[in-house]
Design a protein around this ligand. Structure first.
Ligand code: C5P
Length: 415
């Protein structure tokens, strides 16, 4: 069902975030205009967002904009009489999952370090009993100044989570470290922060997307895999606390926040990348649609249909590709291996046979015709004990459910 969220919007959102209240603090910096997009992503993901601006922030972004996006009052004044008990610095921090300050100026970071409380946002930060995350945004020299370095280190020591900054073009015309993270990355990092961490300390390796088996320099054999499921799983595993490496075939998707991505093309490259890391990972999830065969010979120059060699028919000799999943599952001390089975018919029987043939404890079955390239999927999890249905939902939601299921299998005693 379409709910107005793009694929990226839904990557980290689900029913568990609904009704979660958060405070989005906005301080004075050009990047404040991006806070509107961040607020939009959070609202769409089901968060109730209260925006609190410093006086300087109001020079960069309009209160009406944020009010329209969040459908909530926007606050700025320590003496705001709209809060019934007259204590917005206490009230606005109650029942709050976290405070995110984006952008956080150099001045505001300094205020936080010293516990100053001379406006609503700084007073709320001092009075809070919830996590505080800050997304610094400033000129590169301000960020590199020893005072800011000290402040950033002190904030970390005080338990504040710093998100960014990023390197790139700055509003002042310079290029360097100090840009605020992009709203999509902040959204991903912040919402991942709020998720439970059942995979904390685990190393997870995931394959995703198609492989491309070259025939000549411009042609090849590939398949319709979009990579969406594997990328969603990488995001969900990272949000669950894991250190995630994504070995990806060619896709149009951007790398999920916090995930290390290795780009490969052919099945053989994918195998090499996976084998290099398999021994040190705890969990291997093979989602990639790996080509079963590759051309025996790759032509060094473009094959022509004209000329002396022209024939009405053409035969390509193919050789079998290695089965990456089966190889990893047969290691002497394999990680916990999860496979996918996209089937067009006899789904359960074929998937179960595949599970046994490849020697993996868990296989995830889906109907190829319903899920290839789609945003939604229905998944059936098959293990030694039987089947478990994950009813139709978008792939990010399915990814979270699957990661929760796997975490339960890895730690059967934990809730
Ligand atoms: O045999 P089939 O391709 O249907 O198996 C699908 C599962 O095996 C998926 O998890 C896929 O990533 C994995 N696989 C693999 N290497 C191959 C073929 C499939 O890792 N060469």
């Amino acid at each position: 069902m379409y709910n107005g969220l793009s694929f990226l919007d839904t990557l980290y959102s689900d029913h568990t975030t609904m009704e979660k209240r958060i405070v989005l603090g906005i301080t004075g910096g050009v990047a404040a205009y991006k806070a509107a997009e961040l607020a939009r992503l959070l609202v769409k993901a089901g968060y109730s967002v209260d925006c609190i601006l410093t006086e300087a922030a109001t020079h960069f972004i309009g209160i009406a904009t944020l009010q329209a996006i969040t459908s909530r009052p926007v606050y700025r004044d320590l003496w705001d009489t709209r809060v019934p008990n007259g204590m917005p610095h206490i009230e606005l921090g109650r029942n709050t999952a976290a405070i995110l300050i984006a952008p956080a100026s150099a001045d505001f970071m300094a205020k936080l370090v010293h516990g100053r409380a001379d406006d609503l946002l700084s007073t709320l930060c001092l009075a809070r009993d919830c996590p505080l995350l800050v997304a610094p945004a400033m000129n590169q020299h301000m960020w590199e100044h020893p005072a800011t370095r000290r402040n950033a280190a002190q904030l970390t020591a005080d338990g504040v989570t710093l998100l960014g900054p990023a390197v790139g073009e700055q509003a002042c015309g310079e290029t360097g470290l100090g840009r605020m993270l992009e709203p999509e990355d902040l959204f991903a990092a912040f919402t991942a922060f709020l998720q439970p961490k059942p995979l904390l300390g685990k190393r997870v390796l995931i394959t995703a997307g198609p492989t491309f088996e070259p025939i000549d320099p411009v042609r090849g054999l590939t398949n319709l895999s979009s990579g969406k499921m594997g990328y969603a799983l990488a995001a969900a595993a990272h949000a669950a606390g894991a250190e995630v490496t994504l070995v990806s075939g060619p896709t149009a998707l951007s790398t999920p926040w916090g995930v290390a991505r290795i780009d490969v093309t052919r099945a053989l490259d994918m195998l090499e990348a996976v084998e290099r890391r398999a021994a040190t990972c705890d969990l291997f999830i093979a989602v990639a649609a790996v080509a079963d065969y590759r051309p025996a010979v790759v032509a060094a120059s473009k094959l022509k249909k004209t000329g002396r060699d022209r024939t009405p028919n053409m035969t390509l000799e193919l050789v079998e590709n290695p089965d990456i999943l089966a190889r990893i599952a047969s290691l002497p001390a394999p990680p916990f291996c999860v496979g996918f089975a996209a089937e067009t018919e006899s789904m359960l029987e074929n998937a179960q046979a595949k599970r046994l043939r490849k020697g993996v404890p868990l296989i995830v079955a889906n109907r190829a015709q319903d899920s290839l390239g789609q945003d939604d999927a229905e998944l059936t999890l098959i293990d030694a004990h039987g089947t478990h249905l994950l009813p139709l939902a978008n792939k990010p939601t399915q990814a979270r459910r699957l990661i929760e299921h796997i975490a339960q299998l890895l730690h059967p005693t934990e809730p």
